[in-house]
Every structure is written in C-alpha cells, then in structure tokens.
Design a binder for this molecule. Structure first.
Ligand SMILES: Nc1ncnc2c1ncn2[C@@H]1O[C@H](COP(=O)(O)OP(=O)(O)O)[C@@H](O)[C@H]1O
Ligand SMILES: [Mg+2]
Length: 305
C-alpha cells in the first residue's frame, strides 16, 4: 500500500503545514509504510495521477486543503483520504456556517455578528445596539489566528475589520470572552482529553501559536473533573454536529463563571510532534506514531464501508 502525505499547499498556513507533513511522513516511514511526500501546489492534480497512491494522508491547513476542495478532488479520483469529508470540511472551515450549525444543536457560541464587506458602514452606524467592547474580529474563512484581532473601541474595530477583510469578504465580530482557553482532542468518535493554552501575553495569536516559549500548555487542564468531562462531551458534540471524522481539535473558551463557548473545530489540526492534538493523544497513551497510524487506519476503515 502506498501512502501519499499531502502537505504544503498555497494558503497562508503553508509553512506550518510543511512542518506537520514532514513529521507525519517520518512517522509513517518509521512505521514501515511505503510513503511519498506530495507538496500540494497547483500541480497537485497531475502529481496525484503520477504517484498512484492508495490513500492520502492530508496535512494541509487552510484554503482548499481544509475546506473540502482537495477532499472533493480525491473522491472524484477514487482515492481514500484521512479526516473529514467534503461537507464537514467546508462547514468547519467557515466560521459563519459553523456557528449557525452549532446554534441549531444548542452548542454555546459567543454572541456574534457576521459583517459583509459591503455592509461595513451600516454595521458601524448601528454598532451600539449590536456589539459591546472589547470584541474579537476574524475572517470567516482562515486559521492559525491569521487576521484575528481584538478591538476595544469603534476606531480599533474599523482597523480590525480592514485587517480581516484582507482574507475574504466576510468577517465575524464576536464578544471577547475573558477567561481560559481549552482545546479538546477528538479521535475516531471519542473525546481523548484536552489542554489548556495560556499565552504569556494577549490572546492565542499566530506568534503565540508558533513561537516556542510564548504559550504555556497545561496537560490535562487544571479544572475539576466534572467540568473536564463536560468540556470533553461538548467537544465531541461540536465535532459530530459538523459531521467530522478522524482526528480533530475543538477550540473552547471558558468564561470566569466556567460557562463554555465553542469557537471552532479544526479538521486538520497541527501534526508536528509538539502540536496540540498529538500532545492530547499522549494522555490516552498514543505516542506520535500510534496517533498517525490510527488516523490512517480510520480512513481505511471508513473507505471499506
Ligand atoms: N470570542 C473570543 N473571546 C476570546 N478570545 C477569542 C475569541 N475568539 C477567538 N479568540 C482568540 O483567538 C484565537 C483564534 O480564534 P479562532 O476562532 O480559534 O480562529 P483560528 O481559526 O484562527 O484559530 C483563539 O484561540 C483565542 O485565543
Ligand atoms: Mg482556533
């Protein structure tokens, strides 16, 4: 069996994806698989045709790697792939759709407003009735905290919106939830556990995510058992609401009264050996190689159905 690790891509998360892809490639090699590394640039179609892989291990973040694009292409080509399908991937990548699905399922989300590029002025004019400060502004379709910022007043909000609109035509403006941030790892339809992420300053932005030492990771989170169980259940519920498969990471914020709010589900979470899903999986006895093998096996099982 030939496994193709597909990483890189053309999104703003390319570098991060290449790091994850290399780690997964090495793990599969050590596990004895016949494996090839495929950098998913615009020639991906042709490359896939030439490589004749039996299964794709997707480690693309953002853009068409995570939004159902590549998943659709692989389905047309008849190649099984790891993780979520087309619909779940595209819903999870879109923060507006995600929130609307969550609301239907009774999954708590921070109060939010979707702002379209051509509606900025009307939005800013009616501001006082819809949003309180501070608020968080983010592009509807990005990851890795790219384009995300916190606005403390109307002027900052304007600047934040301009920043978010660099990445697309819709922005989400939502209530800033002050409290703790806990991410839940899900694998094969089961919540594995969680990690508290504690950025040393500000919020969990791009720099805090990818610079060593800027964030403290507490594993498992230091919260009481019943709250931990509740968050694991909520993480799994969010994963299922979107119809996700394989390994995912669900971002949750807890306010000061321990009320949880789900931010998003990451369908292709970081997969370097020190990324969060691998760290969480360790709590349940999966070392990095075992996690990689499990994600691959879940894809093969799914394909047999
Ligand atoms: N409503 C919020 N309240 C407080 N912090 C937030 C909120 N939304 C986002 N953040 C911070 O921004 C980070 C990135 O937001 P998230 O919605 O997960 O987008 P991304 O897809 O870029 O990871 C979160 O990990 C968190 O630190
Ligand atoms: Mg996130």
């Amino acid at each position: 069996m030939k496994v193709g690790v597909i990483a890189g891509g053309v999104s703003s998360e390319r570098e991060v994806s290449l790091r994850s892809g290399t780690a997964v490639f090495n793990a599969l090699k050590e596990l004895g698989y016949n494996v090839v590394f495929i950098d998913a640039d615009r020639n991906i179609c042709q490359r896939l045709g030439e490589e004749k892989i039996d299964v794709a291990f997707l480690v693309l973040h953002g853009g068409w790697g995570e939004n159902g694009g590549i998943q659709g292409m692989l389905e047309v080509m008849g190649i099984p792939y790891t993780g979520s399908g087309i619909l779940a991937s595209s819903m999870a990548m879109d923060k507006e759709v995600t929130k609307k699905i969550f609301l239907y399922h009774g999954i708590p989300v921070p109060p939010f407003k979707v702002v379209r590029r051509d509606e900025i002025e009307a939005f800013l004019d009616s501001l006082s009735q819809i949003i309180s400060f501070p608020c968080v502004v983010k592009p509807a379709e990005e990851g890795s905290s790219v384009g995300v910022s916190i606005a403390r007043d109307k002027e900052e909000l304007n600047i934040s919106l301009i920043e978010a609109f660099k990445y697309g035509d819709r922005a989400i403006v939502e209530k800033f939830i002050e409290g703790r941030e806990i991410h839940i790892g899900v694998l094969g339809g089961r919540a594995l556990g969680g990690v508290e992420v504690k950025p040393k300053k500000g919020f969990y932005d791009y720099e805090a995510k990818y610079t060593k030492g800027l964030t403290e990771y507490i594993l498992p989170p230091e919260i009481d058992k019943s709250l931990y169980e509740k968050l694991k259940e909520l993480g799994l519920k969010a994963h299922k609401a979107l119809g996700c498969k394989g390994g995912t990471r669900v971002d949750i914020i807890l306010d000061k009264e321990n009320n949880p709010y789900v931010l998003e589900v990451n369908t292709i979470p970081g997969m370097t050996e020190t990324s969060l899903l691998p760290k969480i999986a360790q709590l349940e006895g999966y070392d990095f190689k075992a996690l990689v093998r499990e994600i691959l096996e879940l894809a093969l099982k799914e394909n047999e159905k």
